[in-house]
Design a binder for this molecule. Structure first.
Ligand SMILES: NC(=O)c1ccc[n+]([C@@H]2O[C@H](COP(=O)([O-])OP(=O)(O)OC[C@H]3O[C@@H](n4cnc5c(N)ncnc54)[C@H](O)[C@@H]3O)[C@@H](O)[C@H]2O)c1
Length: 270
């Protein structure tokens, strides 16, 4: 009998040794948690973030644990920054096997107060940034003919608007979802898998300031009502998302592409 799937040890399926990974917005929150898990699984990680000082601290933290990490200042909305990021990643990591498009912003503004500029900024970071980073990264993946994996961090807002003032964000994440599916179709023949994760409410610095630290009575009420709809009864941790990203990046998910994994503690089913 030949080699069967069962004969591949689990630890090999999840091992990312020899792989290079870029995580955008990896300086904090979900991006940092993903960087940590990918590095723990053996990947060489490049944290690309607009906030250079936080990115430096994040990469130092990973190195402290004995993992391979580098950082780079990059604004994902700037095409030149993205080109530099890819060049830098190829020289520092050897190859780019995994790209996590995580950088994102979620400002809240009622529709009738939102300017075209406000709307455009959100689309530029969340959607255009995902496109630009993918577009320049796939060159290396295609040339090296070793396949690859792209993980786009979308949101449950991509499929269900859960609060007001989020129209630009919801449109951007809906776009990320369809971009994911479209890229998966186009890149499948190159063995590049493209998937998205839809986090629910995850405790990060970003979400806490988005909720104004929940200091205002109305915000606290809204937060409580949101949490009451989560089947598992709690907000998620950044690592809840990172574990799923690790799964998607690994060979455990070798036959999954064009999919969206909802990681929301059961919010959407409540
Ligand atoms: N936290 C949540 O509840 C939640 C829910 C659903 C989806 N998400 C998505 O997850 C991702 C991460 O969210 P988070 O809560 O960790 O956010 P965060 O604000 O804590 O961290 C975001 C990171 O992205 C970086 N960044 C912002 N703009 C950038 C740009 N133009 N170029 C490069 N880097 C940039 C920031 O410097 C920061 O390090 C985002 O795409 C967000 O939309 C978060």
């Amino acid at each position: 009998m030949g080699l069967t799937q069962e004969s591949i040890p689990l630890k090999n399926l999840i091992n990312l040794a020899g792989k290079g990974a870029i995580v955008t917005g990896g300086a904090m929150g979900i991006g940092l948690a993903i960087s940590y898990r990918l590095a723990e699984a053996g990947a060489r990680v490049l944290i690309a973030d607009i906030n250079a000082s936080e990115a430096q601290k994040a990469s130092a933290k990973l190195k402290y644990y004995g993992y391979s990490a580098q950082f780079l200042k990059c604004d994902v909305t700037q095409e030149e920054d993205v080109k530099n990021m890819v060049t830098d990643a190829v020289s520092k990591l050897g190859s780019i096997d995994i790209l996590v498009n995580n950088a994102g912003v979620y400002p809240r503004k009622p529709l009738d107060e939102m300017t075209g500029e406000d709307f455009e900024r959100v689309i530029l970071v969340n959607l255009m940034g995902t496109f630009l980073c993918s577009r320049y990264t796939i060159r290396d993946m295609i040339e090296k003919r070793q396949g690859g994996c792209i993980i786009n961090i979308a949101s449950i807002e991509a499929v269900h608007p859960s609060s007001t003032g989020m129209s630009a964000y919801d449109a951007s994440k809906g776009g990320v979802l369809m971009l994911t599916k479209s890229m998966a179709r186009e890149l499948g023949p190159h063995s590049i898998r493209v998937n998205a994760i839809a986090p629910g409410s995850i405790k990060t610095q970003g979400i806490l300031s988005h909720m104004g630290g929940a200091q205002e009575k109305s915000q606290l009420k809204e937060l409580k009502s949101f949490i009451s709809r989560i089947a598992l009864g709690r907000m998620g941790d950044a690592d809840d998302i990172a574990r799923v990203a690790l799964f998607l990046a690994s060979d455990l998910a070798g036959y999954i592409t064009g999919d969206l994994i909802v990681v929301d503690g059961g919010y959407l089913v409540s």
